[in-house]
Design a protein around this ligand. Sequence first.
Ligand code: ZN
Length: 416
Amino acid sequence: MMMEPVNTYALTGATVIDGHGGDPLNNATVLVDNGVIKAVGSRKSIIVEDNIMKIDVGGHFILPGLIDAHVHIVGVGSPELLDNIVESNYLQAMRTVTEAGKLLEYGFTTIRSAGSRYDIFLKQAIEEGTVIGPRILACGLALCRSRGHGDSIRRDIYEFPEDFVKNNLPKALLVDGVDEVRKAVRQTIGRNVDHIKFWATGGGAWEKERTTDMHFTRAEMDVIMEEAQMVGLPVVCHAESVESVKLAVDLGVRSIEHADDDNGYELDEEICRKMAEKNIFITPTLAIFYFELEEGEDILPSWIRSLKRAKKNGVKLLLGTDTWADCATPYGKFNITEIKLLVDVLDMTPLEAITSATKYGAEACGIDDKIGTVEKGKLADLLIVKKDPVADIGILLDKENVRHVIKDGRFVVNHP
Ligand SMILES: [Zn+2]
C-alpha cells in the first residue's frame, strides 16, 4: 500500500470505532483532506469525488490514534538511576528518537510526558519534521523535592557533588520551599511546556522515600497551582496515598497519577464524586505496578476497588504506563499492555478501554478539539487495524496487527 503522503484520500470499507464508545460503524468512509478528517460516515452517505484517491481498507478497523498519558521519554540505557546520571545526556537524547519511533509502531500518536530532560526538544524536533514520532505534550523536568522520588540516590552509601546530580537527573527538577518552587514553575513555563508535573508524595524507591509520605507542603503545592493557573496550564500530580489524592482534588489538578495507597486506604464515594464533578482524571498506570510485582506478590485489592469505585462514580480513567527505560519497559510494547489491563483488571469493555486510550486522553491533554476521536474536523490521527479490537482487545498487543498508523493525515507506520 501507499507510503508517500497524499493530501486528500478516502479510506473506504473499514469498520470505524470512533472513540466515543458507541457501536462501531461498518462499511464506512473516512475522508481525509490536508491532515484533517473532512467526513466520516457510512459508505453510502459520503460521496467521494472521482479525482480523490480511494484506499480500500475493507475488513479492517479504524480507530483514533492512541494516547499514553504518562510516559517518561528519557533515553536511559540502564534501569539504575546511578548509571543514568553519569551517562551522557547527548547519548540519552539520541535514544529518545528511537523511543518515539517505537511508540508510533504500536499506534501511539500522542504522549503526555510525566517528566523528562528531553521532552521539550524531542517535541520541537517532531513538530519541525526532523524526527518522526508521536505528538508530545511536554512538561520538562517534573518538580520534586530534594531526595524525593526523582532523586532517590542513597546518600548514606554514595557521594556525588550536589550540582552534578541536579544537572543530570533524567526526570526531576529538585526544588525546596515556596520561593524555589515558584521560580522553578515560572522557568518551566518559559520553556514552552504544556503542563506542570509534580510529585506530591514519594514513589517508594527505598525506606525513606515512601509512597505514603507527603513530599511537598501545602504552601509549596499552592504555589505550583497558583503559578500554573495564572498562565492557564494544567497540573499533573503524582499522588500515592488517599490523603494526597484528597489534597490534589482540593487543589484542582487536572489529573492524578497512580492514586494507590500502600496502607490500604481506599477512595470513598465522596472523594470519587468530587473528582468526577471537577473533571479530574486518574491515570492508574497499571502496567508499571504489574511490572514491579515481586514473585508471589499481588496487586493491592484495595487499590483496584478504589479505581473501580472512581470509574463507577464517573471519574475518567486514562491509559498511562510510566514507561521509563527501554531496557526495562520497552517503548511501545510496554505501553500497549495497559489497554489490555484496563479490560482485564478494571473490567472495562474493549470500547471503554479504547475511549480511555483516545478521547479521554485528548481531554486530559486539553486538545480534544483536535484529536482523540474519528470525527469531522479533527486531525487525522488514525490506526488501521487488521483484526477486531472490540472482539479481542489483545490483538493490539501484536504491532503487526496495526497495519497503518496515520498521524496528521500522513502514513507514518506501515506493516505488511
Ligand atoms: Zn511517572
